[in-house]
Write a protein that binds this ligand. Structure first.
Ligand SMILES: [Zn+2]
Length: 342
């Protein structure tokens, strides 16, 4: 090839081919971030299903005990996070609505804006905390996404609907928000507040809660080695005469409450309440009985939770039988008024 032909080809290559590469590369690198950005926006839009805010809606200050942060959010936004934490989203919509009203009642009773005392557990001036053992459980939108994964959309929508359809509704007794109690599964009957919390509240009593037999928590078993059973009791009552050898003769249920839970029990010469025995052995319920073997003490329980007020499984059962959230609430909270607060 002659030198000038090679030179011409090189010039043609430089002038025509290389710029087209540069232009294509530039256009790719410029369009790329735009594509990613729009995709991210779409995901974000799909994942965050929020409740509408109303102008007259109060705000609540929450202490998120997991992240150690104080959060302010609208009351209904807060209730969405409580229902998500306190009841399985697979439950019937009317049961979720009953749970939303119970959760809102507890919140309003604590809110300083409505004359409540707020939460006293943490060194933070807030209305409520997110610890289930003190105020009531609450989980953030991020935690809901983590828990529910691909079913987030469907579950979040259902809970938002339950909260929206009960917006502002609480339970009152003689004008004041009631002291709300609820739990997972009953033993077939609810318990009086006097038996569990030594509180004589007129809207609690013993009512039937039927159809819970198929619930996963209805029957429970707690097994202890004979050594462990004695050791644990003696941590609370060191003077007890209970020994590994005398368990059969030294453990005796003395009486039952009206709902069939253990009222009093005698253990190694110590008389105690069934509810306190339940705490010592971390039992699902105060409805329990014993089975003894050469090696073990087996405790069978019925129900899950203290039994006062609404059984969540019972609420789901009532809803599936065609009852509304109002029917459910009026069944478990006797003689209450169902009213709006704002
Ligand atoms: Zn609290």
């Amino acid at each position: 090839m002659k030198w000038w032909i090679s030179g011409m080809l090189l010039i043609i290559f430089i002038v025509l081919v290389i710029p087209s590469f540069i232009v294509r590369r530039c256009s790719i690198s410029e369009s790329k971030p735009i594509m990613i950005e729009s995709k991210e926006q779409t995901i974000e839009e799909v994942l965050t299903i929020d409740i509408k805010s109303e102008e007259n809606e109060p705000f609540i200050q929450l202490y998120d005990h997991i992240n150690g942060k104080i959060i302010e959010l609208s009351l209904e936004q807060y209730i969405v996070g409580v229902v998500a934490a306190e009841m399985p989203a697979s439950f019937h919509i009317e049961a979720l609505k009953a749970q939303a009203v119970a959760a809102r009642t507890l919140a309003v009773r604590k809110m300083r804006e409505y004359g409540g005392q707020g939460c006293s557990k943490y060194d933070a001036e807030v209305d409520v905390c997110s610890f289930y053992g003190h105020c009531q459980a609450w989980i953030s939108d991020e935690e809901q996404k983590k828990n529910w994964g691909s079913s987030y959309d469907e579950k979040r929508k259902k809970i938002v609907q339950a909260v929206e359809e009960t917006r502002g509704i609480i339970l009152r007794y003689q004008g004041s928000p009631i002291e709300v109690f609820f739990y997972s599964t009953s033993n077939g009957k609810t318990e009086d507040s006097e038996e569990v919390f030594s509180m004589n509240l007129p809207y609690y009593g013993v009512v039937d809660s039927i159809g819970e037999e198929d619930a996963p928590q209805f029957k429970g078993i707690a097994t202890f080695s004979r050594d462990e059973f004695v050791k644990r009791f003696k941590q609370y009552y060191p003077n007890s005469k209970l020994t590994v050898k005398n368990i059969e003769s030294q453990v005796k249920i003395l009486s039952y409450t009206e709902s069939g839970r253990v009222d009093e029990i005698m253990v190694g010469g110590i008389k105690l309440k069934g509810k306190d025995f339940r705490t010592i052995y971390n039992l699902n319920s105060a409805d329990f009985n014993f089975e003894f073997s050469d090696e073990e003490v087996i405790i069978h329980t019925t129900g899950y939770g203290h039994g006062v007020g609404m059984s969540q499984v019972g609420a789901d059962k009532m809803a599936k039988d065609g009852k509304t959230f109002i029917d459910i609430l009026k069944h478990y909270y006797i003689g209450v008024d169902i009213e709006t607060v704002y």
